[in-house]
Structures are given as C-alpha cells and as structure tokens.
Design a protein. Structure first.
Length: 129
C-alpha cells in the first residue's frame, strides 16, 4: 500500500459513504443477513451514520465518531443485542459484498482492511456458539 490512508484510497468521504450506504442496503436485501438485520432498528439511517463515522476514524480519515460519540467501545455499545454466529455471518456477508462492489482493483487495500474487519466482527460476539 502507498502512504495514503485506507480512507483516502477508498475515495475519502464520498467513497466511504457509498460503501456504508451499500452495506446497509444489502442488509435489507439479502435473506442471509436476516439475523443481523433483526437486531437493528426499523430505520437503518442512524446505524449507517454511526458506521460511517466509525469507519472514517478507523480507516484513517476524520475522527468523526470520537468527536461526536466518544471512545468507540464497540462491544460494550452492542451488548444490549444478541450477536452470535448468524448475526456475524450476515454482517460479514454484507460488508464483503459492499466492499467488493465499491472497492475495485486494490488488492493491497483488501489485504490491509478485510482481515481487520473480520477480527472486528468476531470480537463483537456476545452469544455462545
């Protein structure tokens, strides 16, 4: 990867917004994501905004999440909803598909980001297998 941040390589704010919008659209569209979709509110608008803010900071862009919401503590923020294998699998399916559609021809970026995303998703588990 070059010296540019993953945020910059995604296309900055516009590229990241396309990714997060597609991610949540897929959550509504894919039957395999039903368990993940079920733990979200009816409207995904606020969830998409929070995810956008988090990824902006996480990928090396503006620290929007920190400025607006404080330290991420993502697992603690999600303890009120059950997250097990089905929820993680659906979430990862949506992310991977949105990523594949929005991020093209950048194997170095894929290699830098996708394993970290998978680790993050697995870290969110709060239900036994």
């Amino acid at each position: 990867m070059t010296g540019r941040t993953p945020y910059e390589r995604l296309g900055g704010e516009a590229g990241l917004r396309r990714l997060t919008r597609r991610f949540y659209a897929l959550m509504d569209e894919l039957p395999e994501a039903a368990a993940c979709r079920a733990i979200h509110p009816d409207s995904l608008e606020a969830s998409e905004q929070k995810f956008f803010e988090y990824l902006s900071f996480w990928l090396g862009g503006p620290p929007l999440f920190l400025e607006r919401r404080g330290p991420p503590m993502l697992r603690a923020r999600h303890l009120h909803v059950p997250i097990g294998e089905a929820e993680i699998a659906g979430w990862l399916l949506c992310f991977r598909q949105a990523w594949a559609e929005q991020v093209r021809d950048d194997p170095a970026l894929d290699a830098a980001v996708l394993p970290r995303v998978e680790q993050l998703a697995l870290h969110m588990r709060n239900q036994a297998a």
